[in-house]
Design a protein around this ligand. Structure first.
Ligand SMILES: Cc1ncc(COP(=O)(O)O)c(C=O)c1O
Length: 467
């Protein structure tokens, strides 16, 4: 069958194998259905406008493809209940913050145990001190620090990398996201490095501090590293914040060899790819980073992150601490490593991030990926599915994708938004900014099948095979 592609200038046209008019029609129908089904959310969302800027406590809560935010009543395991009493199979899981399920029992218990022991005293607790050894044993790096968010941990790790190497620049992969980390906000546009256009209040020219190349592009990597000006390469092992991009088979080995050869540190950000297994992608595939960051789910849904580093980096930090002037180091924040967070990290490592849990998560994710793939094949749309452990993504373009530019071009915002909303109306919540779905210990096979069936129904509506 000939591929259906965009036919510009036609009265109606195909994009990604789907008629644009059908996308618009589906979106309109699903918006109407959403409004009808969520009257309480609608009225609460409107009432909330009095106090919050833009009506929500965090502006990105408006970025879901919904006419108004869905207001949550509660969330347990892999199920979320909204204030209108509808239950949703949750495959967003707080965009990984709740990757081990909502309110997992061990964390609820840890919070109760800790409730009267004090939360924040700027000193270590006995339980908290055990976490260092647990992290070292699990992820293989000898030294660790704790922060409050993955963004903070990345900022601190990059600062340390610059200090230890005495080099000012960092290198990132086009299409990456590492959180609210200023120096990572550049992109490749028509072959040039540019500050990301959506930034607000950006006065510093980030292209002076950051080199950006495409993922999987070894010649560009080598060229950049051989300038011997790069302190650190920061990357996810698999790009998960554009459409999912998997590494070429030899990519990580070459990346490690080139960084070592040029005295460049390698920071692996496992915040999303921890979906790969209890030791992350790093353990599963034998990566050897100098610095390692893990945020989001590490405290079972509470705010915490951890970052680890090698003996050599620690020796560099020792030297700097001996030599530096007194005063702020730039690595801090008061609530980091608070006693409640430490108790939650301890519990997450011991009771949630287990082999058994990951086996279940991966089985569900595999089933989901296979189900979506067969639907794509059956409806003959030029899309594909990518997966890294318990993280699955459907991409409305042929795959696999090779780099961030391809991932950028693969996005089809209007089509994806219509699908998200239609899935939500059928009882399935997926991550809002791309087509990412996560499974957790509490995910059931029937939830997975509901998502597969809903996806199939939505695609058949889009291609017209439902009529
Ligand atoms: C790979 C990666 N690193 C870091 C972050 C930042 O996490 P946080 O927003 O919790 O600081 C994100 C957020 O999506 C991420 O995807």
């Amino acid at each position: 069958m000939p591929e259906k592609r965009l036919i510009v200038g036609a009265p109606d046209c195909f994009d990604r194998g789907v008629l644009i008019s059908r996308v618009a029609a589906l979106r309109a129908e699903e918006e109407e259905r959403y409004r009808r089904s969520n009257p309480k959310s609608q009225s609460l969302a409107r009432d909330g406008r009095q106090g919050f800027y833009a009506g929500v406590p965090m502006h990105w809560m408006l970025d879901w493809p919904l006419p108004f935010p869905l207001v949550v009543a509660d969330a347990i395991g892999a199920t979320l209940r909204d204030v209108d009493g509808r239950t949703l199979a949750d495959f967003c899981l707080g965009d990984t913050g709740s990757m081990f399920g909502h309110s997992p029992e061990p964390i609820a218990r840890a919070i109760e145990e800790h409730a009267r022991q004090g939360f924040s005293y700027m000193l270590p607790s006995a339980k908290g001190l055990q976490v260092g050894d647990l992290l070292a044993a699990r992820f293989g790096l000898p030294y660790w620090q704790v922060a409050t968010t993955a963004s903070d941990a990345n900022r601190f790790a990059l600062r340390l990398a610059r200090a230890v190497t005495g080099r000012a620049k960092i290198l990132i992969m086009n299409g990456c996201y590492h959180g609210a980390v200023d120096e990572t906000y550049v992109a490749l546009m028509d072959g040039h490095t540019v500050n990301k256009p959506g930034l607000i209040g950006q006065f510093e020219d980030l292209t002076q501090s950051t080199v950006v190349i495409e993922f999987n592009d070894l010649p560009s990597l080598e060229r950049a590293l051989r300038t011997h000006t790069i302190a650190c390469v920061i990357t996810e092992p698999v790009l998960t914040n554009c459409a999912m991009v998997l590494p070429d088979p030899d990519y990580h080995a070459q990346l490690r060899a080139l960084t070592r050869e040029t005295g460049t540190l390698l920071l692996i950000d496992e915040t999303h790819t921890i979906s790969s297994g209890p030791g992350g992608y790093t353990k599963r595939y034998g990566l050897q980073p100098d610095l390692f960051v893990l945020g989001k789910p590490i405290a079972g849904g509470l705010a915490a992150s951890v970052w680890g580093f090698s003996d050599d980096v620690a020796a560099g930090w020792d030297r700097i601490r001996r030599e530096k002037a007194a005063g702020h180091s730039g690595i801090g924040t008061t609530l980091s490593a608070n006693a409640l967070a430490m108790h939650a990290i301890y519990t997450t490592l011991n009771e949630l991030m287990t082999d058994a849990a990951y086996r279940h998560m991966e089985t569900c994710a595999e089933r989901l990926a296979r189900g979506l793939e067969s639907s794509i094949v059956r409806h003959q749309v030029p899309w594909h599915v990518a997966r890294v452990g318990a993280r699955v993504e459907f991409v409305c373009e042929r795959g696999p994708l090779k780099n961030g530019s391809e991932a950028y071009r693969a996005h089809a915002p209007l089509l994806e938004q219509a699908i998200h909303l239609a899935l939500l109306n059928r009882g399935c919540l997926i991550a809002p900014f791309h087509n990412m779905m996560l499974t957790c210990q509490a995910t059931t096979v029937s939830q997975v099948d509901l998502l597969i069936d809903s996806f199939d129904e939505v695609v058949s509506l889009l291609v017209g095979s439902a009529n």
